[in-house]
Design a protein around this ligand. Structure first.
Ligand code: NAP
Ligand code: MG
Length: 502
């Protein structure tokens, strides 16, 4: 691409090499700047500041002072609703710039950036805007018998938990930022958000747009840097009231343990190894397409990716070869290439991790039906890979690879299907492919997962609670549940004489 046409790319003009603290750009850094790359080419596109203890402290103080300011505390709920609605409009108005910036930074297909990061992002902002005016407490009919002649009026009062430290991964950078910020501010909290070191760019633009929408300075702060530096300083900062974390189970456990030390509120959305169960009565073509979408969508970098495929004997060979054919035919390319079906992985480090797992699968003796290698070109590409006949105890069957790699096996009875599906430390998502209502109804309650899809996979909605069983996390995002995660429930109990003059 020539230098002239590069200047015309709006995503390049949208790069900000600073953080947003207290409503202002902050280009200071506590350590060496952190390089950010274009995954499709491996080229460096930005150098972000790294917030250490000093700048994290500045951001937390800005969020605290905003939380206590009349400019934020004094707003009626409808004003918070309106701010979120304005932000949704601005995200859409800047949709082209944001989607292109996301594709440049994360590598994902532009259509995904447009539809999910921007489109679903605006949808979530509007949905959460609506909750701001629907937060309520309860009147409690209490039966306190003492002292005689005294009555009580008791009720609950929801109150924002305070300053939220939000830490997010790189797979859906703008959407994840919105999933944290929108419910937090709808509930009246203020936020310090740390995006993943690989993908900070859209979150910074979002914070700028929030200022344009009229959010008071300090309500939404974005700090950048590496997890073990910036993330750790944020998670352990005593001025944070709640940590909202999305990322790997390993880091989630660290954060959870740390939060216990000073009793911070904590919610954890963690990893997965979600099963796809294909029953022999299903629509096979639909199921094969569905299994492909479940694992290859966003290059498999999805916490609910259908990375374990279990197919009923009788249709097993047909399904796995159908899936392998689809995988082999997929076109790799830059997210900006409208013909591409698979973009690059997010980073060189992550590509190495995925390729290492593919080697482990080979050594473990699984039968490789498609893919199995990087692509020759620059950028962090890995071919969509299908392993068949992996044993359930194999590492590729148990560990989260977080790439375009699916591991297939077969079952004969429903009992076996349930045992295989639940044979994992994770419990985030699962899908069942069948047209037999009785089988579906028998299976759904037995699957240990926060979301079970039937004849679809990976479909989310702001009104549908989302979260994990087992080591996939604690708490539920979206719907009414997520608002509760940003609120304290205060009980108020008022004594008054039962009779006038009493
Ligand atoms: P990760 O390594 O756990 O990182 C997640 C976030 O935590 C990043 O911002 C990271 O910063 C930060 N971090 C790392 N070490 C930290 C520490 N010691 N203290 C505080 N923060 C720290 O996960 P990832 O590789 O970015 O993302 C992939 C994982 O996220 C997968 O396991 C996936 O399943 C999970 N995920 C879950 C959901 C869900 O909703 N359940 C959704 C999406 C992804 P740096 O990036 O700077 O290291
Ligand atoms: Mg990381």
């Amino acid at each position: 691409m020539s230098a002239v046409s590069e200047l015309q790319r709006p995503e390049l003009a949208a790069i900000r090499e600073h953080m947003i603290i207290g409503g202002k750009p902050c280009a200071e850094t506590d350590g060496e700047r952190v390089p950010v790359y274009d995954p499709a080419t491996g080229r460096e596109i930005a150098r972000q500041p790294e917030a250490g203890a000093r700048l994290v402290d500045a951001a937390v103080k800005a969020a605290r002072s905003a939380f206590e300011s009349p400019a934020w505390r004094g707003l009626v709920p409808a004003a918070r609703e309106r701010l979120l609605l304005r932000l949704a409009d601005l995200v859409e108005r800047h949709g082209d710039e944001l989607a292109r910036l996301e594709t440049l930074n994360n590598g994902k297909l532009l259509a995904l950036s447009q539809g999910l990061e921007v489109g679903a992002g605006a949808q979530w902002l509007r949905y959460m805007a609506g909750w701001a005016t629907k937060i309520s407490g309860e009147t409690l009919n209490v039966s306190i018998p003492f002292p005689p002649g005294v009555n009580y009026n008791a009720y609950t009062r929801p109150e924002p938990v305070g300053v939220v430290g939000a830490i997010i991964p790189w797979n859906f950078p703008l959407l994840m930022a919105i999933w944290k910020i929108a419910p937090a501010v709808a509930a009246g909290c203020t936020v310090v958000l740390k995006p993943a070191e690989e993908t900070p760019l859209t979150a910074i633009r979002l914070a700028e747009l929030a200022l344009e929408a009229g959010f008071p300075p300090g309500v939404i702060n974005v700090i950048t840097g590496r997890g073990e530096v910036t993330g750790a300083a944020l998670a352990s900062h005593p001025g944070i009231d709640k940590i909202a974390f999305t990322g790997s189970t390993e880091v989630g456990k660290l954060i959870g343990r740390q939060a216990m030390d000073d009793m911070k509120r904590v919610s954890l959305e963690l990893g997965g190894k979600s099963p796809v169960l294909i029953l022999d009565d299903c629509d096979i073509d639909l199921a094969v397409q569905g299994a492909a979408g479940a694992i290859f969508f966003n290059q498999g970098q999805v916490c609910t990716a259908g990375s374990r495929l279990f197919v009923q004997q009788g249709i097993y060979e047909r399904v796995v070869t159908g899936l392998a054919d689809l995988a082999s035919g997929m076109r790799l390319g830059s997210g900006f290439d409208p013909q591409a079906q698979i973009g690059p992985l997010v980073s060189a480090r992550h590509r190495k991790r995925v390729l290492d797992y593919i080697d482990i699968g080979r050594q473990e003796g699984a039968r490789m039906l498609a893919g199995g290698n990087a692509d020759g070109r620059d950028g962090y590409f890995v071919r969509p890979t299908v392993f068949a006949d992996a044993v359930p105890q194999a590492r590729i069957s148990q560990e989260e690879i977080f790439g375009p790699v699916v591991v297939a096996g077969s079952f004969s009875t429903e009992e076996e299907a349930v045992a295989l599906a639940n044979d994992t430390r994770f419990g985030l998502g699962a899908s069942i492919w069948s047209n037999d209502l009785a089988r579906v109804n028998r299976l759904v309650p037995r699957i240990q997962a926060g979301t079970v899809w039937v004849n679809t996979h990976n479909m989310l909605d702001p009104h549908m609670p989302f979260g994990g069983y087992k080591e996939s996390g604690i708490g539920r995002e979206h719907g009414h549940d997520v608002i509760g995660m940003y609120l304290h429930k205060k009980s108020v109990c008022i004594a008054y004489p039962a009779t006038a003059g009493g």
